[in-house]
Design a binder for this molecule. Structure first.
Ligand code: NAD
Length: 107
């Protein structure tokens, strides 16, 4: 998987496995990652830590409950911020609406 210059949306990215996936993507040279998570405190902390380590704007926290229509907004905002979106990492246990993802997986 070629990561350099690509953009990923990672659900549950504020901590745990999702946070680790975000970090790995940034280590591998991703253009940016959106941290899609409903935990505001952890999301902001993780965004700040990644911005400090990898550069301002490399990580963007989008407070989102993936079980709601907010997930749709997260796709749109990711494209607004980075101009593209190649990878989707659905990490957390939230029950989302996968049919909504299909409209966004081609570029
Ligand atoms: N850690 C393990 O060893 C392990 C093993 C097998 C499976 N899993 C599964 O992998 C997933 C991630 O595990 P983890 O240890 O990183 O969990 P974690 O609890 O550390 O992190 C999950 C993240 O998802 C976020 N989240 C949960 N529901 C959400 C929702 N509806 N919308 C947005 N964000 C939401 C949480 O705020 C949290 O930041 C879980 O589904 C877990 O059951 C974990």
């Amino acid at each position: 998987m070629k990561v350099e210059g690509k953009v990923a949306l990672v659900t549950g990215g504020a901590r745990g496995i999702g946070k680790g996936v975000c970090e790995l993507l940034l280590e591998k040279g991703a253009k940016g990652v959106t941290i899609v998570d409903y935990n505001k405190a952890n999301g902001e902390e993780t965004e700040a830590a990644f911005s400090k380590k990898y550069g301002t704007g490399k990580a963007t926290f989008l407070q989102t409950d993936v079980t709601t229509d907010q997930l749709e907004d997260a796709f749109k905002k990711t494209k607004d911020v980075y101009g593209r979106l190649e990878y989707l990492v659905m990490n957390n246990a939230g029950i989302g609406q996968m049919n909504k993802c299909s409209a966004h997986d081609q570029h």
